[in-house]
Design a protein around this ligand. Structure first.
Ligand SMILES: Nc1ncnc2c1ncn2[C@@H]1O[C@H](COP(=O)(O)OP(=O)(O)OP(=O)(O)O)[C@@H](O)[C@H]1O
Ligand SMILES: [Mg+2]
Length: 201
């Protein structure tokens, strides 16, 4: 089965005050793959994701997303990505629906169909018109994921997506991610689940 590469991380390093926080990291991710970062606290997982998203500068190396360098062609590279780093950005005084509208308005045209679709995907239909301040943590996580999916990204980057979820929420989220990855149909998930190890330096 043909694999198509969505991300190439090449010799990626982050140096802060002369110290390597991330050192010469190399990996590729194919479409439809689910990849997890495993490493102890402070080993550089969040920093790596932030570099992949252009949220922090890259000291050495590069990240190529869908053929575009995040360093030299950030705008095009970011078109393929949806992300949540640490906690989703949500307005508590707005409803879930209005949060999605607001977010979509910032990034392009409002498309009510795509909003309805992501709400269905994460299973928030019943509470989408309630204010976010009334949501449980798990509902907020799901809304964050819905938001990250709005522009049908080829690559979804989630940092600690199961934070604060109860066991059933965790398995629901896992099912959702598998379902999303399967939609790519390029590779079978069973063959491709893998983990990128990043050892503490
Ligand atoms: N802006 C910064 N200035 C100095 N050091 C930083 C900065 N950002 C991160 N670090 C350091 O970089 C290292 C990696 O942090 P990072 O947040 O990437 O780790 P992590 O693998 O995501 O950890 P966790 O599992 O706790 O989320 C840590 O030692 C942290 O203290
Ligand atoms: Mg982290």
């Amino acid at each position: 089965m043909e694999k198509s590469v969505i991300v190439e991380v090449k010799n990626l390093s982050k140096i802060i005050n002369g110290n390597y926080i991330v050192k010469k990291l190399n990996f590729t991710i194919n479409r439809g793959e689910i990849v997890g970062f495993l490493g102890e606290n402070g080993s550089g997982k969040t920093t790596t994701m932030k570099m992949m998203l252009g949220l922090t500068s890259i000291s050495q190396g590069d990240v190529i997303i869908n053929g575009y360098s995040i360093k030299s062609n950030k705008k095009k590279a970011l078109k393929s990505i949806g992300a949540i780093i640490e906690t989703p950005e949500l307005y508590k005084f707005l409803s879930g629906y209005d949060n999605l509208m607001y977010f979509q308005r910032m990034s392009g045209r409002i498309n009510r169909e795509s909003i309805a679709k992501v709400v269905r995907m994460v299973g928030l239909e019943n509470v989408i018109n309630d204010k976010v301040k009334t949501y449980s943590l798990g509902m907020r996580q799901k809304l964050g994921i819905a938001q990250s999916l709005l522009n049908s990204p080829a690559l979804l980057i989630l940092d600690e997506p199961t934070n604060g979820l109860d066991p059933s929420g965790m398995s629901e989220l896992k099912e959702l991610l598998i379902k999303l990855a399967k939609k790519e149909k390029k590779v079978r998930i069973g063959d491709s689940e893998r983990i990128v190890y990043h050892e503490r330096l």
